[in-house]
Write a protein that binds this ligand. Structure first.
Ligand code: CP
Length: 305
């Protein structure tokens, strides 16, 4: 039995196979519509979500399976003090696979160690969000045609943005990748990613504070929201929340084929005036998220079609 807790749980070859499967699902959805007949996915969401929870549910329903779960810890027995390890023992009796989002870093890892079904990390605190990374990789591979030879700008809250941490972990394994890290000092990428992932793998990167400075060199611009829910101090959030706002004027300096990604939800960091720019692919990204989650469910349940 396998879990997905970090993007590193899959080798590059396994990731490429999973993305191939997701692309086949995109092209031939009917082939997969009974692949999970009789199977159940539990979605255990201790933190708010729109995309991740509903795309998992949509994925399982598109595979012919069923879904159950909770969208709010307050409506589960966590409210009465039940531990994650006890909860997963119970869910293992009800479902074949589960996706868990939790505000505490490492909670899905704890669940996996007490589970008899595959556990998928659907986001744990400010740590990792591996299925968003699968979504991002499919978006880049589908629209750029490659996952190597890319300069990627990561902009916004690089401290708490778990999607950024997971994406860096995944991309450093491909050849000729470099990063431009665009954030205020207060929201810099944490050392455990900068030193232990980028520097340990000799991946070139530079840190800048102004978005405009590096726009001309990017193949991908990955915008992120400032993660209000991770701040201890509301005044600090208010001071930093609108530090970066991508506008059509700023995009005049970008390559004509640069892609703009965002894991969403968006707050103010991308002006709605950018949405009609052909380089803005964040809504397409959402659709790829369903195909990769379908591929992930099939892979972890060991179902071959
Ligand atoms: N991208 C993402 O994780 O969105 P949700 O928080 O809506 O699931």
């Amino acid at each position: 039995m396998r879990h997905l807790l970090s993007p590193l749980d899959f080798s590059v070859e396994e990731l490429d196979s999973l993305l191939d499967l997701a692309s086949d699902i995109e092209k031939n959805p009917d082939k997969y519509k009974h692949a999970c007949d009789g199977k159940k996915l539990a979605t255990l969401f201790y933190e708010p979500s729109t995309r991740t929870r509903l795309s998992f549910e949509s994925a399982m329903l598109s595979l012919g399976g069923n879904v159950l779960g909770f969208a709010d810890a307050g409506s589960s027995s966590a409210q009465k003090g039940e531990s994650v390890s006890d909860t997963i023992r119970i869910i293992s009796c009800y479902a074949d696979i589960c996706a868990m989002r939790h505000p505490k870093e490492g909670a899905p890892l704890v669940a996996a160690s007490h589970s008899s079904i595959p556990v998928i990390n659907a986001g744990d605190g400010g740590h990792q969000h591996p299925t968003q990374t699968l979504t991002d990789l499919m978006t880049i591979r589908s629209l750029k045609g490659r996952l190597d030879n890319l300069t990627i700008g990561l902009c916004g809250d690089l401290k708490f943005g778990r999607t950024v941490h997971s994406l860096i972990n995944a991309l450093v394994r491909y050849p000729n990748i470099s990063f431009v890290l665009i954030s205020p000092k207060e929201l810099r990428l944490p050392d455990y990613i900068r030193q232990d992932v980028l520097e340990a793998n000799n991946v070139p990167y530079k840190e800048v504070e102004e978005l405009e400075d590096s726009m001309t060199n990017l193949d991908i611009l990955y915008m992120t929201r400032v993660q209000r829910e991770r701040f201890f101090n509301e005044d600090e959030y208010v001071r930093l929340k609108d530090r970066y706002i991508l506008t059509p004027e700023k995009l005049e300096y970008a390559h004509k084929d640069m892609l703009i990604l965002h894991p969403l939800p968006r707050v103010n960091e991308i002006s709605v005036a950018v949405d009609n720019d052909p380089r803005a692919v964040y809504f397409k990204q959402v659709q790829y998220g369903v195909y990769v989650r379908m591929a992930l469910i099939l892979t972890l349940l060991n179902i071959n079609i």
